[in-house]
Design a protein around this ligand. Structure first.
Ligand SMILES: Cc1cc2nc3c(=O)[nH]c(=O)nc-3n(C[C@H](O)[C@H](O)[C@H](O)COP(=O)(O)O)c2cc1C
Length: 201
């Protein structure tokens, strides 16, 4: 079986975003993991409208052309690491909207989070974990939380994420968790597909 493919989804899109810094850092570390392939998926490249379909795509095919392409893109992956900015104690609207624009494509795949903000994006990440469960994902325990002191030091250029030991340890644990669940769930989904083909034959 081929290596699990993991998307690093950049969860904020504003021009002045900080998200590029944790994205490049986590992608560089994840690319050193022998068991997974990594691709950065930037929501700036996916100009989805605010959700405007008759139903979730779990129940009715989406009409919007970007949404159709987005669902195919999400389907390519075996697991996800989301950068999680916190806006008013919640995930960004742009990330929630992108999540809502796919459905079955998220199912039975792991989700990990790189949060940042005053409390390391913890409130946004906890909400994202609940959303992930509704999408039949497997949110992993390990996470990165870049809290205020480190966040400000990195944003002001006084420190680099690469030099902050506890964050590098958290990143390694997160990537290991996502890689493990991605491998296990990819095999399980493949076994399910073979079993359902056999039943149909
Ligand atoms: C609308 C808005 C609301 C915010 N609310 C929070 C918040 O609730 N908690 C927090 O830690 N930071 C909050 N912040 C500060 C963000 O953590 C900080 O701007 C961060 O850089 C946002 O991520 P981004 O730059 O990738 O968009 C908020 C920022 C914005 C723009």
């Amino acid at each position: 079986m081929s290596k699990p493919k993991i998307a690093i989804v950049v969860g904020s899109t504003r021009a002045a975003r900080f998200a590029d810094v944790p994205t490049q850092w986590i992608a560089k570390i994840a690319k050193t993991h022998a068991d997974i392939d990594i691709e950065v998926v930037d929501l700036r490249d996916w100009p989805l409208p605010f959700f405007d379909e008759v139903a979730s795509s779990a129940w009715a095919p989406s009409q919007n052309e970007v949404a159709q392409r987005w669902q195919k893109k999400v389907a390519e992956f075996d697991g996800f690491i989301f950068t999680a900015a916190e806006y008013n104690h919640a995930p960004t609207a742009v990330l929630k909207n992108a999540i809502d624009y796919a459905a079955n494509e998220w199912n039975k795949k792991p989700a990990g989070f790189v949060g940042y903000g005053s409390v390391g994006g913890a409130r946004a990440v906890e909400q994202l974990r609940l959303i992930a469960v509704e999408l039949q994902m497997a949110p992993v325990k390990s996470a990165v939380h870049i809290a205020w002191g480190d966040f400000l030091a990195v944003r002001q250029g006084d420190k680099k994420l690469e030099d902050i030991e506890h964050l590098n340890q958290a990143a390694a644990a997160l990537i290991n968790d996502v890689a493990w669940w991605a491998k296990v769930l990819k095999a399980a989904r493949a076994a399910d597909a073979i079993a359902s083909e056999a039943r149909a034959a």
